[in-house]
Design a protein around this ligand. Sequence first.
Ligand code: NAD
Ligand code: MG
Length: 373
Amino acid sequence: MNETVLKPGVECVDIALGERSYQIRIGSGLIGTDSSFDDLAVGQSALIVSNETVAPLYLKRLEAALGTLHSRVQNVVLPDGEAHKHWATLNQIFDKLLERQCDRKTVLYALGGGVVGDMTGFAAACYMRGVPFVQVPTTLLAQVDSSVGGKTGINHPLGKNMIGAFYQPLRVICDLDTLSTLPARELSAGMAEVIKYGPIADMTFFEWIEANIGDLMARDAKALALAVKRSCEIKAWVVGQDERESGLRAILNFGHTFGHAIEAGMGYGSWLHGEAVGCGMVMAGRLSHSLGLIDQEFLRRLESLIGKAGLPVVAPVLDARDNVGRYMDLMHVDKKAEGGAIRFVVIDGPGRARLQAVPDDLVAEVITRSCAT
Ligand code: NAD
Ligand code: MG
């Protein structure tokens, strides 16, 4: 890919997946710039998928930029929220595509957070057995995590993200300006996934986040650009080696086994995913310490950073009578539990992670130490 065509100040990360390779572009003002979307093998028709919160903020800008590239730009505005990430909402995308007789060259643009991105990607994977799509993520979480790597899908009443496909976008456009309107809680939630990349893969990045957490939380554009870029590079490096999660990709779930238990146990929507992951990373850090893999000082730094990102570090009590039992039950049904012992992503020394089956008594002890009393 020729980087000289990029606007000054636009950062670029290449995702190397053979013929499914694509580029992530990161910068300010990208949504409204038609060159952000150049060089794509595009058809005449485009469908922007957004939601009722994001569309009033950014839809016009994107429509204007795409108007020079496609002769027909349409949109579908979905209801906002994880609760709508299901078949009926997905069908609204198919309804629009079919009503407007969109052909198999129609490009879908996902304008929104991870919910819109996951649904649009899945719709693109299915419509006419696959149409091209572009991710335009507008939350920090979507920019550093969900828009990269090709996992798409919807929820089923019996399980989150259970219906889906691996389907890579043509490009990811991360416009940092969109983060200015993000609610503070959502910024913190996204920061959990940014912080995650340090302990599992890159201690230099971890130290950089420690030094710059004030600027990041103040939404300093330069700091955010670097954080988004490095996060995408690390995710790209992991996904490039294990596109379909047969091994290494699992390390991206650091903090997520405890986190999923918190999310489910509190009732989905009560804690944001990133909040649960932040607290889950503290717990997984404690587990790593109990296993003798990291020292007390590193654990202290991890907890301190997560706190400075505005994330909870004290785990909630999920059941007043049998809290440990409740956590255990929830984690045993988590898809990473295989056989007897639950497998956790543990920090195998700062900057490195691996999956490990951990005896229940060690896990129970960490839960007891981590919960509010
Ligand atoms: P989200 O999409 O629900 O967005 C959070 C909230 O912010 C929503 O209300 C949204 O409308 C609003 N919003 C979005 N952009 C905004 C902006 N610029 N200004 C103001 N408000 C804005 O949540 P999310 O955290 O972005 O994504 C979570 C979803 O991503 C979950 O469904 C999760 O399963 C999925 N996910 C997928 C992957 C993957 O690999 N595909 C990875 C992680 C998470
Ligand atoms: Mg996550």
